[in-house]
Design a binder for this molecule. Structure first.
Ligand SMILES: *[C@@H]1O[C@H](CO)[C@@H](O)[C@H](O)[C@H]1NC(C)=O
Ligand SMILES: *[C@@H]1O[C@H](CO)[C@@H](O)[C@H](O)[C@H]1NC(C)=O
Ligand SMILES: *[C@@H]1O[C@H](CO)[C@@H](O)[C@H](O)[C@H]1NC(C)=O
Ligand SMILES: *[C@@H]1O[C@H](CO)[C@@H](O)[C@H](O)[C@H]1NC(C)=O
Ligand SMILES: *[C@@H]1O[C@H](CO)[C@@H](O)[C@H](O)[C@H]1NC(C)=O
Ligand SMILES: *[C@@H]1O[C@H](CO)[C@@H](O)[C@H](O)[C@H]1NC(C)=O
Length: 678
């Protein structure tokens, strides 16, 4: 490192603005509540403020200006544990820069363009654990002094120009948990460079977004990683080259997918997967790769997998005779081109607990018993998949007796008869959002779902007049009826809510509601949150919520102008209400409410957005000052003085007053006075 040359450039680059800004340096640091950590970020500071106490353990100094770090920069802060110097325009770190920070554990140097880091820059901290060198224009690992970094757990080199792993061997990897090389220019990985990673246990190693063309076969032999990410690395290389290099590796997670659909997607052929037979892996992601064709050898090396992610892998079917996939518990088939659920050949994966078929690109037929073999299935997600069920769901869900979570949101119209979920009586969660449902039957469609805790029926065109709708849902805690309409816009004192005594969260937003009956929610003693936002309510009916303790009410975006204080006082003391985006009147007609509001701000949610409608739109209700009482006093005074004056006038001249009987509108009183006087 030629320090002299760099010094000159550095001085020229930084000195002028350094001097300019020196005078404006000021202390703008905030202390985290009752803590020894300070946030000085983005304050235009040019040095560490003297006012920081020596006991400071955490300092966020990011987005300030600190071109040089030398042995006295942090001299006062000897207790530092965490130091964030993100984007401080640091170019130079001199000898012994952190010599007094023996407890330093985290050093964040993201986004600084280093020209020089002294060999013993990191001497001092005895146990530096986390070092972030992301976006620091590094081109070689040699630049980073590794001698004193014996306890590193995190070493982040992401987003640099590193093209080789040479000199990685100079780092101590014994405790390393996260080593990140994402978004660099690494093309070749040699066995000698990564030999040192054999000492790490449970490492997360990230090569995401490098253009790997070669890995020396067996380079990672006998490494034991937690995860290894080669996603976005396959633009140039064949998958088999990477897999050959990973021979002998054991890793829990292996990511081989990519991120954007390249014009020529990388093809996966049965032979390119052969290398997987020599790798021990539990979770494998092929996201966005292109499965060219299947043969009976495609899955031959995947038999020990527990989780397989085939998101957007351009698949329209899986072969029906895959052997040995008995360990697979999670299968992700999102964003593919299936035309029928049966084409997933689910019988190949008898141990599945999680199956996701989200975002299918084609109309997806769901016929009888396609998933029948999945007796252990607990989570099934078929949202956004153009699902065509016709009459649902008894025959389709046949055999899925263990199912707990079912997501069929955003699909085509479903008609339900009788007991649609007869096959899945253990459901805990059912999400039918934006899947129009029609139901015919004399009892409730969900009446066998005694365990169900969450039911999302938002925007499903559900017939809410059916008092049996919620029958049997005795465990239900969360219910969304958002976007469905109620007869004449009123939540009635109906029988409906009697079936769900455990309900805690009720969403009734966008239901075109105009009123809520007094006893609508009376059976719901556990209710904690009611959302009636985005309706047409013009009144706050306190009776409906009077029995509920600790409730939060969301009345945002309605048409409420005036609130009667005796109504809002019916709420239990610990309750809270959101009234934002209502056209609240801020004149004397609403004086009582505004006074209540300002005295009960602790009950108001979102006060910043709770603003007036007429006559002062946009003013926060909290800031309104009305002087209605004074006006009243003034009027009384005026009336009194008028009476007084007229009385005096009457006494003064009777004749004059008699004449005015025919002239003025106020004369009745005067006439009366005259009569009394005479
Ligand atoms: C900082 O380094 C300079 C030059 O090496 C040395 O003279 C000085 O004593 C050092 N200061 C501290 C506080 O260590
Ligand atoms: C794979 O299929 C080919 C022909 O389709 C067949 O000859 C071969 O026996 C099959 N191998 C296995 C292991 O099933
Ligand atoms: C169901 O799927 C939709 C769309 O993928 C998602 O937004 C929603 O959160 C899922 N529901 C649950 C309960 O996870
Ligand atoms: C339906 O509601 C549940 C519970 O609030 C929620 O977890 C889920 O994400 C909602 N579904 C959609 C599609 O938003
Ligand atoms: C809704 O349910 C009520 C009561 O069960 C019934 O009378 C009415 O016909 C239903 N409406 C529709 C559109 O199905
Ligand atoms: C308050 O404003 C409303 C609507 O503009 C109006 O009808 C009402 O008379 C006003 N009240 C008073 C006391 O001025």
């Amino acid at each position: 490192m030629n320090q002299g040359d760099f010094l000159l450039i550095g001085v020229i680059l930084n000195f002028s603005c350094f001097v300019q800004m020196l005078e404006f340096s000021r202390m703008e640091c905030s202390q985290a509540a009752q803590d020894k950590t300070y946030d000085c970020s983005g304050q235009g500071l040019l040095s560490i403020p003297d006012s920081l106490p020596p006991s400071t353990t955490g300092l966020d100094f990011s987005f300030n200006t600190l071109p040089f770090i030398h042995n006295s920069t942090f001299i006062k802060l000897k207790e530092l544990i965490d130091l964030d110097l993100t984007r401080c325009q640091i170019n130079w770190i001199y000898e012994d820069a952190f010599q007094y920070q023996i407890n330093l554990q985290t050093l964040v140097l993201i986004g600084n363009q280093f020209m020089f880091i002294a060999d013993n820059a990191f001497s001092g901290p005895v146990k530096l654990k986390h070092l972030f060198l992301t976006q620091t224009a590094l081109s070689t690992l040699r630049f980073v002094p590794s001698e004193n970094l014996n306890w590193l757990e995190t070493l982040d080199f992401g987003n640099n120009d590193i093209y080789s792993l040479q000199f990685l061997s100079s780092f101590t990897t014994r405790n390393l948990k996260n080593l990140d090389f994402q978004l660099n220019g690494i093309q070749k990985i040699h066995a000698t460079d990564v030999e040192v990673l054999k000492h790490a246990v449970g490492l997360n190693l990230n090569f995401k977004g490098n253009d790997i063309i070669f890995i020396e076969p067996g380079a990672f032999d006998s490494c034991q990683f937690n995860s290894l990410d080669f996603s976005g690395c396959l633009d140039e290389a064949d998958l088999s080259v990477i897999l050959l290099g990973l021979k002998g590796l054991s890793t829990r997670v292996l990511k081989l997918g990519t991120y954007e659909d390249t014009p020529e997607p990388t093809d996966i052929t049965p032979t390119s997967l052969q290398g997987l037979c020599d790798i021990t892996v539990e979770e494998l992601s092929f996201q966005l790769l292109h499965f060219k064709d299947f043969s009976n050898t495609t899955f031959q090396c995947l038999t020990r997998l527990r989780k397989l992610d085939l998101t957007r892998s351009h698949i329209s079917f899986l072969p029906s005779n895959i052997q040995g996939m008995d360990s697979l518990t999670h299968l992700i088939l999102n964003e593919n081109n299936f035309r029928n659920v049966c084409l997933t050949s689910a019988q190949n994966f008898p141990a599945l607990t999680h199956l996701s078929l989200k975002g299918n690109s084609k109309m997806l037929q769901f016929h009888q018993g396609c998933l029948q073999a999945l007796s252990k299935l607990e989570h099934l997600d078929m949202s956004h998949s153009f699902l065509q069920t016709g009459s649902c769901c008894g025959i389709q869900l046949k055999g899925l007796g263990s199912l707990l979570h079912l997501n069929m949101s955003y699909n085509s119209k479903m008609s339900m008869q009788g007991l649609p979920f007869s096959e899945t009586p253990n459901l805990l969660l059912l999400d039918l959002t934006r899947t129009p449902i029609t139901y015919s039957g004399s009892r409730g469609p969900f009446h066998n779902l005694h365990q169900l805790q969450t039911l999302n029926l938002s925007h499903t065109y559900t017939n809410t007049s059916n008092v049996y709708l919620l029958e049997g849902l005795q465990s239900l805690r969360v219910l969304s009826l958002q976007g469905n309409s109620f007869q004449s816009g009123v939540i009635q004192d109906s029988e409906m809510f009697k079936c769900v005594p455990k309900l805690e969260i009720l969403i009734l937003s966008e239901c075109q509601l105009t009123a809520i009956a007094d006893k609508a929610f009376e059976p719901l003693r556990e209710l904690k949150y009611v959302d009636v936002s985005k309706n047409n309510l013009f009144k706050f009916n306190g009776h409906a919520f009077a029995v509920l303790k600790d409730i939060q009410l969301n009345f945002a975006r309605n048409n409420i102008e005036i609130i009667a204080v005796e109504q809002i006082n019916l709420m239990q003391p610990s309750s809270k209400i959101r009234l934002s985006y209502n056209p609240l009147l801020c004149n004397c007609s609403n004086l009582h409410f505004i006074t209540w509001y300002q005295q009960n701000m602790d009950k108001i949610l979102d006060p910043e957005e709770t603003v007036c409608g007429s006559p002062m739109p946009g003013t926060r209700v909290a800031d309104v000052h009305l002087s209605c009482g004074n006006h009243l006093l003034l009027i009384i005074l005026l009336v009194l003085s008028a009476v007084l004056i007229s009385t005096l006038a009457a006494v003064a001249g009777r004749k004059c007053c008699i004449q005015s009987v025919h002239a003025g509108s106020c004369s009745y009183q005067r006439l009366e006075t005259y009569q009394q006087l005479s």
